[in-house]
Design a protein around this ligand. Structure first.
Ligand code: 5GP
Ligand code: MN
Length: 345
């Protein structure tokens, strides 16, 4: 039996809102990842089966390796189809905000969403949720938002309305947010959920292939270049750093999403506690920073203190505006210095 995680009052309130609504808009964060798209389409499947009119809107591009999901082609990208997205938002009587804790994570899509008079539910697992929804279902210790969507549907008594496609979506979200169940994945309940999803008839081995064995040749070669030419290892600090400039990205015909997940790889070097990846943005003068750590090393604190960001304990990120890569590397080195004691430990 799955233990109770989402409170009874939250479940009852969500159930009431799901019954009362007719037109639903589901939104998730900028540069949506597997959990954002998986939880959105999973909930979409459930609500559609209940006879609701449902539309999923994301702020911008999401990676190709998620496009196998049923109806992924129906997802509206706000930066491309603003007018159409606004029509759906205006018609909505319920908006569900998934996998994000504050409106800024929606970028420009935040404006029509926060202005809308529709009832709003947030379902999320990031720390410090901002209260801008009528109902906030926030459990930062959950593995993924997809897990929470499963738990909610289950607690409502709605499992018969979770389709096989919905089960595939939620599996994909849980799988990607836990690195194929290798971190943040010690809750025994996850394997009860997994078992229920498999009972829906999903082919998890195939889904893993669709998500992970999906490199283009260019992306695969870029990976080789990073590992052989770019990776800096600081053995005493149990830390690693790699950077990619616009020129380097162009050399490997970079398209968005091509380095997704690569920041996790240096953690495979024995003893590594922290991996930092810095990538120059292709459009704006800024550098994106990704951090991954293990155990209790706080990647989110480093992100907040040095990279204008935040995130989870072991997966965090941020940005540096208007600086060169050399300057960014200096900042990363300062961060390593500041955390020297904890890293050396
Ligand atoms: P990624 O490295 O995959 O881009 O981001 C990992 C996690 O770090 C995200 O799930 C998110 O929680 C957090 N994150 C990434 N970029 C930012 C940022 O600019 N600001 C904040 N507050 N968190 C971020
Ligand atoms: Mn997530």
């Amino acid at each position: 039996m799955l233990s109770q995680k989402i409170s009874y009052t939250e479940v009852a309130e969500a159930k009431r809102m799901f019954e009362a609504c007719r037109n639903v808009v589901i939104v998730s964060h900028i540069s949506a990842d597997g959990d954002a798209i998986g939880s959105s389409l999973g909930l979409y499947e459930y609500l559609k089966k209940k006879g609701k009119q449902v539309t999923v809107i994301v702020p911008n591009y999401f990676p190709d390796f998620l496009k196998w999901m049923t109806d992924a082609d129906k997802i509206i990208q706000y930066d491309r189809r603003r007018a159409m997205a606004k029509t759906y938002i205006t018609a909505a009587d319920l908006i569900v905000v998934l996998d994000l804790n504050e409106p800024t994570r929606l970028e420009e899509l935040a404006i029509p969403i926060t202005r809308s008079k529709a009832k709003k539910i947030m379902i999320d697992h990031h720390l410090h949720p901002q209260k801008f929804c009528d109902l906030t279902i926030s459990y930062p210790d959950a593995s993924s938002t997809s897990e929470l969507v499963f738990r909610l549907i289950d607690a409502i008594g709605g499992m018969s309305n979770l389709t096989k496609a919905g089960a595939e979506d939620l599996y994909a979200g849980m799988c990607t947010d836990t690195g194929k169940f290798t971190y943040g994945s010690n809750d025994p309940d996850l394997y009860i959920i997994l078992s229920e999803l498999l009972r829906k008839g999903i082919d998890k081995d195939k889904i893993n292939r669709l998500i992970y064995n999906n490199y283009t040749e260019a992306r695969f070669r870029l990976l080789g270049y990073i590992l052989s030419e770019k990776l800096q290892v600081f053995p005493d600090l149990h830390a690693t750093l790699f950077t990619l400039t616009r020129d380097e990205l162009n050399r490997f015909s970079y398209v968005k999403g091509d380095t997704e997940g690569v920041v996790n790889m240096p953690l495979e070097i024995k003893g590594t506690k922290l991996s930092i990846y810095m990538r120059e943005d292709m459009e704006h003068p800024r550098i994106f920073v990704s951090l991954r750590s293990v155990d209790d090393f706080p990647a989110n604190k480093v992100a907040a203190e040095f990279f204008n960001g935040g995130g989870h304990l072991n997966a965090a990120g941020g940005q540096l505006q208007n600086i060169s890569m050399d300057e960014a590397v200096e900042i990363a080195k300062k961060a390593l210095e500041a955390y020297e004691e904890k890293l050396k430990d």
